[in-house]
Design a protein around this ligand. Sequence first.
Ligand code: ATP
Ligand code: MG
Length: 335
Amino acid sequence: MAYRITLIPGDGIGPEVVTATQDVVSAAGVAVDWEIHHAGIEVAKLTGSPLPLPVIDAVRKNRIALKGPVTTPIGGGFRSVNVTLRQTLDLYANVRPIRSLPGVDPRFDVDMVIVRENTEGLYAGLELMILPGVAQSIKLTTERGSTRIAEFAFRYAKKHGRSKVTIVHKANIMKISDGLALDCARRVAVGHPEIQLGEMIVDAAAMTMVRDPNRLGVIVTENLYGDILSDLGAGLVGGLGIVPGANIGDDAAVFEAVHGSAPDIAGKGYANPTALVQSAVMMLRHLGEHDAGDRIERALTTLYRAGQVRTRDLGGAASTSDFTRALCAEIERPR
Ligand code: ATP
Ligand code: MG
């Protein structure tokens, strides 16, 4: 039976990398009934909203979405599409595997994961100007939010065969808020004795990511630290063209690349689809399609190791469709 998955092509290079990813999933032998819904700039022009309600309802109904980058129109009082989707569907866990592909950046061989809390912290949007010239941002930390993200990280580690979770915090300075998050994570850790536990202050974690990233295993951390460390991670493994991501809640999950719509190269046919393809690998594993996920991942590794077919962002000359064709051929090659 085919999976029913909501597909949001998005803006800029979105439709190009989305089409490529559909081909790859199909080459891996997974039947999907893609339910296409549009969001973004063009939709805002037509409907007045970049994220119409039916799109949110469709994600909620199918519980799984694959999403291209969506640009939030500037001005007009639009809320960020990505933030709205995360908050409305309570997609509290942002998961970013940071993994080197062979030959892309030989200085590093990284294999770690960042699990970022997606709904609280300084990103809860509680900001005010308390006096002229004095602004205040409130960092919101709750026991419920801190516990469920820690629980998610430990379960993720177990499910994906990872032996260590590192709690990243700044509880030495923010004793009350980060102190609460740290306490919650430690309590959760007690219930997972088979997973090795690490704790690290966020500044030390930044240095460790650059010097010895694989020591960290799965990082679990609050919103702002996770945001910054994720981009550091993307930089470590060769940039935006390859880093995948997922936003996961109890009722729905949205899989998307870390990069934006890249308007400078949109429509030219040379965007790198690897980031969204790797997001689709996460999606397939989320659905329990481990064989298909493994096949795509192996094919990507083989293709990058051979080094013949590369898109321009990584110094090659291949177009999006050249790359996709080579990847599909590798996936379909009898082993
Ligand atoms: P947005 O406003 O939607 O976030 P942006 O201008 O910030 O878009 P990003 O997509 O975030 O653009 O990335 C910045 C730059 O990195 C792009 O302009 C593009 O040159 C490059 N880039 C990003 N993603 C890819 C990709 N998949 N393939 C090739 N180059 C990419
Ligand atoms: Mg951007």
